[in-house]
Design a protein. Sequence first.
Length: 339
Amino acid sequence: MTILRPDATTTFGGVTVNEYLLTKHNPNHIDMPSASMAGKIIGVTVHNTDWITVASGTTPAEQYTRATVNNNMKDVRVHYYVDNICAWQNLPHNLSGWHAADGSGNGNRRTIAIECIMSSAYNSTDKKSEDNAAKLAAALLKQYGLNISHLYTHTHWLNVRDGRNGTVDQLNTMYNRYKMCPAYILPHWAEFKKKVQSYLNAGSASTTPIPATKQLYRVRKSWADAKSQLGAYSSLENAKKACKVGYSVFDANGNAVYTNGGKFTKGQKVAIRANTPLFASAETTSVTRRISGTYYLYDGIACKNGRYRITTKPEFCGKTPVGQYVTGYVSWDNFGVIG
């Protein structure tokens, strides 16, 4: 098959976008998603796919698009492939993709998918691909009136699918044995988010302001588990009063601002599940390292994002200075059998 020629080429968010929609070009009758996303888009999901060497006169994004048309991408269908030169759009925004491995979940059915073409070398070419992906993600978020908290990783939807609990960014970066994606961006996900935010900020002056909405605090078992919601409150204090044991209060961005950890006490022994992320504070999204095994609750007090301070020995619980005895912060949903 010869090199594809786009139906239209535009500039979107500073990225050259070549439109070649599979809904218009499907000579091999490959299987296509059919669910509508019209009026349902909640965010942008970022993926990584491997760098490939291509012939002169084309780019990896075009070749991945061509491979999809040829039915060589199995059942993967994404909205955009992005490389260091440009992006190729494969699906219209109002059509769902097949990319999040969550079936009919929100990843496939309600987010726009970007496949960023990179390698593990993380060289200048890779960085340019990543930069184009950040620009494109920012432009898409802006187009749909969404903020940075609506930027997701493929791994986020795998963790939701598997019933994991946590904030948006905890689920974005939390270990999943099925796949850690975007593999080349995840190690510096916080920095990538800052880059996307910078592009959002850069264009804010030229966009129509979105009317502010009243802050609502939602009471749920986890942000991802909307079905568990007990209520939504404009008053944080009222939300806390309605928060049962094992539930948390989440702000509009999905951050847990209060967790009812009544079942946890100072000195309690907890079994930490394998590959659990350990954090240096209650607020940070950067993972210090991953741990497992037996630990003890330093004070049994629930902190932000549903995290508890842990320590390695029962006699360390409550001792000061805190920095000497606290190992770090762990989200309570990673506690296994509790002693």
